[in-house]
Design a binder for this molecule. Structure first.
Ligand code: 6R9
Length: 648
């Protein structure tokens, strides 16, 4: 990547030092980098020691058959026991594990660790009664209600790998996942609440089960909304019938450290989704340790809130396994971000640590600071971001408006595949730079390389790679070792290729530049989508921007931008497009000036808040819009198309 066009992002001069009290009391201090460098395996063994093991491991890492790693070889443990029983045994049974906030106002439940242990044990007994045995796969298709956590932990307790499918996915998507991992039991609910209304889930399960022949033996159904559901006697079982009456005594077996914990499907660029396999010991070590490290969790006093949906890896690692293994008290919210509701929850529960995605932050920026300014958020002490590069403007807004200019922001880079956070500031150590995820965490080895796998060195851009195995790494793709090797390990010998472009600035700090397929080539200049998006978002009238490279006869590719204006900007005025083009030219250079800018009401996003640039590219290149099944809201593309035809 040419450094001239990539230089701009890292011209960022602002620095935010950690608050002194946080630095003094930080769980992880600067010496951790050296300790991990001098003995990586000893470092991770210490992290694993924070968990309860049945039998201790004989070997920290077996990397004799790369890329197939084994961590904590010979050790045994139970993830569910680590997430609930051990906190009860330690005398913390009365501590709240989950402050659950339903979407309908006043629908709340506080669940203690003792209650969670009982519920998980009952559910484990009920699943056993339904014939679920160690090793069987169980599909979970549920809204954000406490039973989804109970269901996951009950599966983990039995050693039955779960595969959670986001509740917004279609029956087809559910069916293909059930088939791919051969799940014979599905756990769901009658429905869930979305934007104030009950929305059905069970019909999609019925349709999916239909498509999978006679594979599925039982569907376990939580009653959430009370809406009517079709019922298949013999196959369908109400949760309250099966679980409520079950015994709350359940003796948990210790599973091998490498026993499969779950499969999480991520949409590949084309074709069949990839079933990412995570196992038990390394995954729980990596997630619980980084949750304690990066969020500086003080389990006695913090109230933690991760806004991710449980159907996404962030919900698995940083809402279920990491925080619960650490004995945290956390908020779980059923709804989507509505004006003010999140901040009301922060105020009500005195949330101290808050973890969300840039897309949500930009949406709140769009609505204006008056909304969050109306709430008391002085309890917050740390903010996190995940899912996409966070533009410097969004970072600074987050820090100032949500964090009252006192909370550090940790921009955490990781993937479904990595299982755990890999690149992030340490909140008590790092002076944060808006827009940079900074450095690989202690015990993690990342680099930015060129086409020949050579380190690019400071001041240059290239491909992000991981050089050493880490505890929560994916072990393979479910049932497809070859695709696992091809997808992640075949580009360069011995290196895991993450699929992201990145740049090292002059200090050696890492700037993520988006997926490499998002890097455009305009007249031979490499331009990053992230960089141009950041330039657009730095304009006071712009709330959110998505940039794609569209085929262009003369320049190879041309920059096409889709922008959402802030509410305060009205329609932006007659010359808004020209104003924005000039702004990009001023921020980055004339080469980056978008050929086309479309002002749109919404952007197409996946469930995890990632903009689906592939679809925008279809619009920019005047093609039929492709597969929209993974969109959180599939009507968005119609809105954009309408906008386009009225402009034409
Ligand atoms: C956790 C999660 C992974 C991809 C990843 C990258 C992007 C995630 C990021 C980030 C820049 C960050 N990504 N965090 N890019 N800065 N802090 O998002 O997992 O859904 O598998 O996505 O998301 O492109 O490769 P997943």
């Amino acid at each position: 990547m040419s450094s001239d066009t990539l230089a701009n992002l890292s011209n960022e001069e602002r620095r935010f030092e950690p608050p002194a009290d946080l630095a003094n009391e930080a769980n992880v201090k600067a010496e951790a980098y050296d300790r991990a460098d001098s003995d990586r395996e000893a470092f991770w063994a210490d992290a694993a020691d924070r968990l309860d093991w049945g039998q201790k491991w004989d070997q920290v890492l077996d990397w004799s058959n790369p890329p197939f790693a084994k961590w904590f070889v010979g050790g045994t443990l139970n993830a569910s026991v680590n997430c609930v029983d051990r906190h009860v045994d330690a005398g913390n049974g009365d501590k709240v594990a989950i402050h659950w906030v339903g979407e309908p106002d006043d629908d709340t439940r506080d669940i203690t660790y003792a209650q969670l242990k009982d519920e998980v044990s009952k559910a484990a007994n009920a699943l056993t009664e339904l014939g679920v045995k160690k090793g069987d796969r169980v599909a979970i298709y549920m809204p954000m209600i406490p039973e989804v956590v109970v269901a996951m932990l009950a599966c983990a307790r039995l050693g039955a790998p779960h595969t959670v499918v986001f509740g917004g996915f279609s029956a087809d998507a559910l069916a293909s996942r059930i088939t791919d991992c051969d799940a014979q039991v599905v756990i769901t609910s009658d429905g869930g609440y979305r934007r104030g209304a009950a929305s059905a889930l069970k019909p999609a399960v019925d349709e999916a089960v239909e498509k999978t022949g006679d594979l599925v033996r039982h569907v376990l159904v939580v009653r959430r909304t009370g809406q009517d559901v079709a019922w298949d006697e013999g196959r369908d079982v109400w949760w309250h019938d099966a679980v409520d009456g079950a015994s709350s005594d359940h003796e948990a077996e210790m599973h091998d450290s490498e026993h499969p914990l779950y499969v999480m499907y991520t949409s590949g660029t084309t074709g069949k989704p990839k079933g990412i396999l995570h196992t038990t010991g390394g995954y729980l070590t990596g997630t619980s340790f980084t949750h304690w490290e990066v969020f500086d969790l003080k389990p006695e006093t913090d109230v933690y809130w991760c806004t991710a949906d449980v159907g996404w890896v962030t919900g698995h690692s940083y809402m279920v396994y990491g925080p619960l293994a650490n004995g945290a008290t956390q908020v779980m919210y059923e709804g989507t971000p509505e004006k003010g509701r999140w901040w009301q929850i922060v105020e009500d529960y005195k949330v101290t640590i808050f973890y969300t995605a840039p897309t949500a932050i930009r949406t709140f920026m769009k609505q204006g600071r008056e909304i969050p300014d109306g709430y008391d958020m002085s309890s917050l002490r740390l903010l996190g971001s995940v899912g996409e590069p966070i533009n410097p403007e969004a970072y600074v807004w987050y820090r100032e408006v949500i964090g009252g200019d006192r909370c550090p922001v940790v921009d955490t880079w990781w993937q479904t595949e990595t299982g755990q956070i890999m690149i992030s500031p340490l909140p008590g150590v790092t002076a944060g730079k808006p827009g940079s995820a900074m450095k690989a965490l202690p015990g993690i080895s990342a680099d930015v390389v060129d086409d020949d796998a050579r380190s690019v060195g400071n001041g240059n851009g290239g491909y992000l790679v991981l050089k050493e195995p880490w505890p929560a790494m994916l072990r393979t793709l479910w049932g497809d070792d070859e695709r696992f090797k091809d997808t992640y390990w075949s580009r360069w010998e011995g290196l895991y290729f993450a699929g992201d472009g990145a740049k090292l600035d002059d200090d050696g700090d890492i700037w993520l530049l988006g997926r490499v397929d998002d890097v455009m080539n305009v007249s031979g200049h490499r331009l990053s989508t992230t960089e141009i998006e950041s330039a657009l978002v730095s304009h006071p009238k712009v709330a959110e921007a998505a940039v794609v490279g569209a085929a262009d006869e003369t320049t190879g590719q041309a920059v096409c931008a889709f922008v959402i204006l802030r509410d305060s900007a009205g329609d932006g005025g007659e010359d808004i497009v020209e104003e924005l083009r000039k702004h990009v030219a001023k921020e980055i250079g004339a080469i980056a000036k978008p050929r086309q800018i479309m002002v749109v009401p919404e952007l197409p996003k996946t469930r995890s808040g990632k903009i689906m640039r592939r679809l925008l590219k279809d619009v920019a290149e005047n093609r039929e819009v492709g597969d929209v099944t993974t969109l959180a809201d599939s009507t968005v593309m119609d809105l954009i198309k309408e906008k386009e035809s009225s402009a034409a």
